[in-house]
Design a protein around this ligand. Structure first.
Ligand code: URA
Length: 254
């Protein structure tokens, strides 16, 4: 893809994704709807080649340019929304990221009462791939539950349970710490359905008391204080990209 850019052009949909205007798929829709112009002319083919240095691209009449990419991880505290703003004025991730150039936004979400690793970027293309179920990005959670699930329950959680009429993908589940009345579990999921950890455990009547995401793909939360963020090193971004490569359309590892 880089070679394609260096050669003086790239697909219009990809260019728009890099501007942070939309994901690549949404960009294709914008193009087909006739909302995108290149040098003053409406372009309806998402495959059209554009040169970021020479061509003037507008969406709904507004010029868009790719911002330099920003990649960071944030330790979202509990009682903070995973959104950039909240009409009701509750604390949100946007407050923690204010002042960062390039408008990075959270990729995926954690519940209001959950904490942990949130990956944030303005690279719409990478964001889209991280969220897309095809890529089965690994998410690791530490979960405090009321009660102590026995081996039978743990096996069922591992093998998959039915949520919204569809079986969950095989997961890693183990007990990290056992108490008399509750315990900490480590759960590794490869999909990101809404409130998935809580709903899987609720099925067996184990309410979640605390939930923390400690890893996403090759990225780990370790060492990052609550409410703080850090930019990723280029080698970490490369590792993340590598984790998303080698997957076919059906989500199989090549
Ligand atoms: N599963 C949940 O139940 N909540 C989260 O925030 C993330 C995963």
């Amino acid at each position: 893809m880089k070679a394609e850019r260096d050669a003086g052009g790239e697909r219009l949909a990809r260019f728009l994704a890099r501007t942070g205007t939309a994901s690549r798929r949404h960009a294709e829709e914008l193009i087909r709807e006739g909302r995108v112009t290149v040098n003053g002319k409406a372009v309806l083919d998402p495959g059209t080649n554009v040169d970021a240095k020479k061509d003037a691209v507008k969406v709904d009449g507004r010029r868009v340019k790719p911002a330099p990419p920003v990649y960071l991880i944030l330790h979202k505290p509990r009682l903070v929304l995973s959104s950039m703003e909240d009409p009701r004025g509750r604390p949100c991730v946007g407050d923690l990221l204010s002042g960062i150039k390039g408008k990075p936004y959270p990729v995926g979400r954690l519940d209001f009462d959950a904490e942990g690793l949130l990956f944030c970027t303005n690279d719409g293309d990478l964001a889209h791939r991280i969220i897309h179920p095809r890529y089965r990005v690994r998410k690791v959670y530490h979960v405090k539950v009321k009660g102590v699930p026995d081996k039978k329950v743990i096996d069922r959680l591992r093998n998959g349970v039915v949520l919204d009429g569809k079986k969950t993908a095989p997961a890693g589940v183990s007990i990290l710490k056992r108490g008399d009345r509750n315990c900490w579990l480590r759960m590794t999921l490869y999909e990101g359905r809404n409130r998935q950890v809580k709903r899987m455990l609720e099925l067996f009547r184990y309410p979640v008391l605390k939930l923390k995401r400690v890893a996403l793909g090759p990225l780990a939360l370790e060492g990052l204080p609550r409410g703080a963020y850090r930019k990723l090193r280029p080698a970490e971004v490369e590792k993340l990209r590598a984790a998303l490569e080698g997957v076919d359309k059906a989500g199989r590892r090549l």
